[in-house]
Write a protein that binds this ligand. Sequence first.
Ligand code: MIC
Ligand code: SF4
Length: 643
Amino acid sequence: MGLSIAEKIIRAHLVEGDMTPGSDIALRIDQTLTQDATGTMAYLEFETMGVERVRTERSVAYIDHNTLQCGFENADDHRYIQSVARKYGVWFSRPGNGICHQVHLERFGVPGKTLIGSDSHTPTAGGLGMLAFGAGGMDVAVAMGGGAYHINMPRLYKVNLTSKLRPFVTAKDVSLEILRILSVKGGVGAIIEWGGEGVSTLSVPERATITNMGTELGTTTSIFPADEVTRAFLEAEGRGGDYVPMASDPDAKYDRVIDIDLSALVPLVACPHSPDNVRPASELKGVKVDQVCIGSCTNSSLLDMLKVAALLKGRTVSPSVSLSISPGSKQVLSMLADCGALADILQSGARLLECACGPCIGMGFSPNSAGVSLRTFNRNFEGRSGTADGQVYLVSPETAVAAAIFGEITDPRALGEMPEVHLPPRFKIDDSAVLAPAAPEEAAGVEIVRGPNIREFPSGRPLTDEIRAELTLKVGDNITTDHIMPAGAKILPYRSNIPHLSQFCFGVCDKSFPERAKAAGESIVVGGSNYGQGSSREHAALVPLYLGVRAVIAVSFARIHAANLINAGILPLTFADPAAYDRLNQGDRLALTGILEGLERGCVTLTDETTGERFPLNCAFTPRQAGMLRAGGLLAYTKEMNS
Ligand code: MIC
Ligand code: SF4
């Protein structure tokens, strides 16, 4: 039987298991990436493993999230990461060099290889035909140490693209269309392969926009073929030698096939507060806009920026709108400067921000109160912008420019004719902001610099047969990791200081949670479906662990978060009958009994001691996951296995 692209890469990297959907597989990992907001923790975890040098083909540490340095914390963490990278064989991309996914695409991604990154948008590299996964920091630490990455073998979906996009309709609109079709949970447990004749009409940065936003569908990852378009992109990056063609076999089998006619798409907008709340831009005409932000790992490539500059040229931003532009990398910014496009951007009245995540993660540029912000980003979760009542809409760069000019949401076709924009055959290559690691013989002499912001992280406890605890928090469906462990400029500097961070846990849902959880000692959290969607931040597991959370019971979980809970030694359980969710009340006393045997049988009983009701819960885990839970998390399990 023929194989899909993902199956070919999986087969070539399989170290354990077989490719039966749902079963545990372990993959050899060729490359890793970290960013600074999750990286400090990942390297602290790596250090506990006692490995002398990373064992991957390429590991890169990026500084792109916490670049707003309002105190010593972020700068100290950057220095820690720089020193640890130098010592252990990791390449270090300096602050200002760009957003991890954009730079990785430009300088390091290789078709056919595997990559895991401590950031949920790592699948961006799927635009190059790479099999790339977002993961928790501990999983990345293990992969850096040469360990395999474990996932459940996903189902395979294929999206067949036909025809080509019309002017002003973009890859971002393709992403929004698939979100409209599948919803934020429609991709859970699946890899999406993009194919069909329409693929050859999309450049690598456009493909990367689509694989980037595949994360919002809950997919395990997304991937495009590597073809002549990919070869041209790699050649433009001076990396033609990295090109390897990747294509599925004609008789490859997929669990689901979705057809999208590119020529039938229109400019789309995701309305507050979910990326799948999608409507045509034309239907939102007249919504007044306060702020427009162009950038992020979704839409900050040279192609996007050249289009934005061409549309802004000779126009002026509406007086009621504040427009920010963050190019995705130093390469993009310096090429914009060289060709004069940057001047067109600046003359329009736009504000230039640095090549970093910036407003996407609430690192500055928060909207005014109740302000409407149109962003070319990938997430519009409540509160994420840094303004609690901010109204964030997700759009393409073209729709963003139209709003900036007209002051209200407008179908970008109102801008007239789309200027022709072409990518140059060769990009400007300057890797001076990527620092090489120390040679192995010098590594021992490299001193690791630790600032006072770096505090010990909590370790999980070995699983007990019984957990009796209060239901300290009951939340609804689609709770994101931004709800569980908010980010933003005020909180992000404490990503390496779990005790401090804990004050903000679940702040978007219930500010009293941290105090109540501490007072309860041990607790259980209950959630609806798709609990933990969004980012890969393991802090959304480590902080609840610190606050005494022993188990989370939900209708269903998002993949990376469930893995992070297990890595931290917190039990993620699901209701055998989702109707049980309605029977539980915040404040009830809950009892989970016979857990150790339940782990063998795949189910455990929950007793609500307040109401006397009993409910069966699923607790089916792979032998490795059960081992981690018993040991108290991944680090404890790894030590146990090595002893
Ligand atoms: C995000 O987009 O939410 C982040 C910030 O990049 C996160 C990582 C983090 O929380 O540090 C992600 O996507 O994994
Ligand atoms: Fe950075 Fe935003 Fe991309 Fe996350 S989604 S990596 S915060 S740009």
